[in-house]
Design a protein around this ligand. Structure first.
Ligand code: ATP
Length: 236
C-alpha cells in the first residue's frame, strides 16, 4: 500500500445556500486502501463524496489528488484524473439492457469487447443478464452493474455511496468482497455507509462523521465499533 494519499480532503467546509453542513472534514485515502465513512442520516456523508467528485465545491478547505491541489476543479476534470462516484441509488439506466448500460462506457476509449470482458470477468452473472433491462435485475445485480460501469472508467479513486442500501447481508458481503479485490488492485476506495457492521469487516480505516464533523477516525477496531453502536442507539 502506498502511504501517500491519492485523495485527500483537508479542513473541508461545505454549505447549501447559507447552511454549513461540513465543518472542517479531514480525510485521506491511499491507493489500495478501503476507507469507510460512517455516520447517521444527514451527517454529511454524501456531501463529502460530492466534494471529492467536484460536484459540490467546498466553501473552504482543500481537495488534493496525489498531493496536487484540485480544489474547485470541475467534475469532468476530476473524472479525468480517475475519480469515479457511484451514487446512492446506483445510477444505472433501468430501461436499457445490461449490455447497453455497459456499451455507454465505451466513451472511455475502451472497445465494447473490452468493457464487456472486464465487467463479465468480475461479475459473471451480468453476462447471463446481458440482454435483460437493468430495471429487472435484482438490487445486488444492479449494484454490480453500477460497479462494472464505474470500473470501465479505470478509476484511481472509487467513491461508493451506500452500496449496501436495501440489500440482503449475504449480497452485501459478496459486493464487499469485490470492493476489497478492487482496492487490492491499487484503487483508493472511499465507502460511505450509514450502518457499519459489514463495511468495517473490509475497511482498512474508518471515520465517523456526525453533524458535519469527523468525531473519530482510525482502525476499525472494537473501540470504534462500540462507539458507533452507542452513537446509533443514542440517535434513534
Ligand atoms: P443520508 O444518509 O441521509 O444520505 P448524509 O450523511 O449523506 O445523509 P448529506 O446528504 O450529505 O448527509 O446531507 C447533509 C446535510 O445537508 C443534511 O442536513 C441535508 O438535509 C442537507 N442537504 C443535502 N443536500 C442538500 C441540498 N441539495 N440542498 C440543501 N440541503 C441539503
Amino acid at each position: 500500500m502506498n502511504d501517500r494519499p491519492l485523495l485527500e480532503l483537508r479542513a473541508v467546509r461545505a454549505a447549501y445556500e447559507q447552511i454549513t453542513v461540513l465543518h472542517g472534514v479531514d480525510l485521506a485515502v491511499s491507493a489500495g486502501q478501503v476507507v469507510a465513512l460512517l455516520g447517521p442520516n444527514g451527517a454529511g456523508k454524501t456531501t463529502t463524496l460530492r466534494v471529492a467528485a467536484g460536484i459540490h465545491p467546498p466553501s473552504s478547505g482543500t481537495l488534493l489528488m496525489g498531493g496536487r491541489d484540485m480544489t474547485g476543479a470541475a467534475p469532468h476534470d476530476l473524472a479525468r484524473k480517475g475519480v469515479c462516484l457511484i451514487p446512492e441509488g446506483r445510477g444505472v439506466f433501468p430501461n436499457l439492457s445490461v449490455r447497453d448500460n455497459l456499451l455507454m462506457m465505451t466513451f472511455t476509449g475502451r472497445s465494447r469487447d473490452e468493457v464487456e470482458e472486464v465487467a463479465f470477468a468480475r461479475f459473471p452473472v451480468l453476462a447471463k443478464r446481458a440482454g435483460q433491462t437493468a430495471g429487472t435485475l435484482s438490487g445486488g445485480e444492479q449494484q454490480m452493474l453500477a460497479l462494472a460501469r464505474g470500473l470501465a472508467t479505470d478509476p484511481a479513486v472509487l467513491l461508493l455511496d451506500e452500496l449496501s442500501m436495501g440489500l440482503a447481508p449475504l449480497v452485501v458481503g459478496r459486493l464487499y468482497e469485490q470492493v476489497t479485490e478492487i482496492a487490492r488492485q491499487g484503487v483508493a476506495v472511499l465507502v460511505v455507509e450509514q450502518f457499519a457492521a459489514a463495511v468495517l469487516d473490509i475497511a482498512d480505516h474508518a471515520a465517523v462523521l456526525v453533524r458535519g464533523r469527523i468525531e473519530r477516525q482510525g482502525d476499525p477496531d472494537e473501540e470504534l465499533r462500540t462507539e458507533l453502536s452507542a452513537l446509533y442507539l443514542g440517535s434513534s
